[in-house]
Design a protein around this ligand. Structure first.
Ligand SMILES: *[C@@H]1O[C@H](CO)[C@@H](O)[C@H](O)[C@H]1NC(C)=O
Ligand SMILES: *[C@@H]1O[C@H](CO)[C@@H](O)[C@H](O)[C@H]1NC(C)=O
Length: 309
């Protein structure tokens, strides 16, 4: 009887210890912010100290020096990385990134993703096509989710030359040759000829489920905890700047913007955006300034909380 009591006493102590240790371990796990994967924009690279290098420093200073930040590099070197922003088809780039992410053991429990400019829509494609390892939150800064119709700084040209550039590019952008040659042509979106865009856009029309509905894209996108879209209110690079919030022109003209909740992609829920909105997973943020311009304070207040565990 006494022996029984004693063993059960030791037994209880042992169980308690195990519980405490388990608790401690899981506390450690939940307290560390998840790793971060970043994808740079066009004309930038993984590793310029003045661009994503600065962001990496900022992230570590706010979230802890031990935070794992992976700034994606496409190809073998910074040169191939730079060139890929123009000349390597997004489908190929996304495929390579999926491989890089699944081969990185540090990302196995999930990661947060931050896309800069076109890196935003590319990371969305990663979320939709490659659910392993899991992307937790997707943050796109100045992404072009509905593509672009216009050249950087177009409005600063005279209205007439801006308009004639657009029309000229319409002819070129949808040729097979351009679709395979120039990354930016794969998300050129002509509102004056939606049908041509849907047929010819070899990247954006696909990931937006505008060509046909890929149910896998919907299911995978909805796995995100949050999909955060940041719009720069004085952006002169992205035309129309509302593309950063997944909005675009009303069909058949290029002046009036259709609110997201009145657009067909949303109403018909072709991509799961409506379901995500209803589940409070879509977050729309603004930063006052031109393309990718934000202050340390703005980032700390708006983005850092999303990256915390
Ligand atoms: C849908 O997307 C998944 C993930 O990229 C892909 O494996 C599959 O082939 C696509 N299905 C169709 C019908 O295109
Ligand atoms: C769309 O959203 C706005 C608020 O952002 C709201 O005022 C409007 O009623 C909504 N329209 C529809 C059709 O749901």
């Amino acid at each position: 009887m006494v022996l029984m009591k004693r063993t059960s006493y030791y037994w209880n102590v042992l169980v308690l210890l195990v519980l405490l240790i388990k608790q401690g371990i899981s506390d450690d796990l939940t307290e560390a912010p998840p790793p971060i994967v970043m994808w740079h924009g066009m004309g930038d690279t993984c590793c310029f100290p003045f661009s994503l290098g600065t962001v990496t420093k900022m992230l570590k200073s706010k979230l802890g020096e031990s935070l794992y930040v992976k700034s994606l590099k496409i190809g073998e070197s910074i040169i191939t990385d730079y060139e890929s922003g123009f000349f390597v088809h997004p489908n190929k780039q996304v495929e390579e990134v999926c491989r890089q992410l699944s081969n990185d053991p540090k990302l196995g429990n999930g990661y947060n993703a931050i896309g800069f400019s076109q890196g935003g829509q590319f990371l969305r494609a990663v979320a939709q096509r490659c659910p392993v390892p899991p992307m937790l939150n997707l943050i796109t800064l100045g992404g072009q989710h509905q593509g672009v119709f216009g050249l950087p700084n177009c409005p600063s040209l005279s209205q007439k030359s801006c308009e004639s550039f657009r029309r000229m590019l319409n002819v070129a952008a949808y040729t097979n040759w351009m679709q395979n040659f120039l990354v930016q042509a794969t998300y050129w979106h002509d509102p004056l000829n939606e049908q041509k865009y849907v047929q010819s856009s070899s990247f954006l029309a696909d990931i937006n489920n505008e060509r046909s509905i890929n149910q896998t894209y919907i299911e995978n996108l909805m796995k995100l905890k949050r999909f955060v879209m940041v719009k720069f209110t004085k952006d002169t690079i992205v035309q129309p700047l509302q593309s950063q919030w997944f909005e675009f022109y009303e069909p058949n003209q290029d002046k009036v913007i259709l609110p997201l909740n009145e657009s067909s992609i949303y109403i018909e829920d072709k991509l799961g955006l409506k379901a995500m909105m209803d589940a409070n997973k879509l977050i729309f943020l603004e930063s006052e300034g031109n393309h990718l311009q934000f202050t340390d304070e703005w980032f700390t207040e708006n983005i850092i909380p999303i990256l915390q565990p």
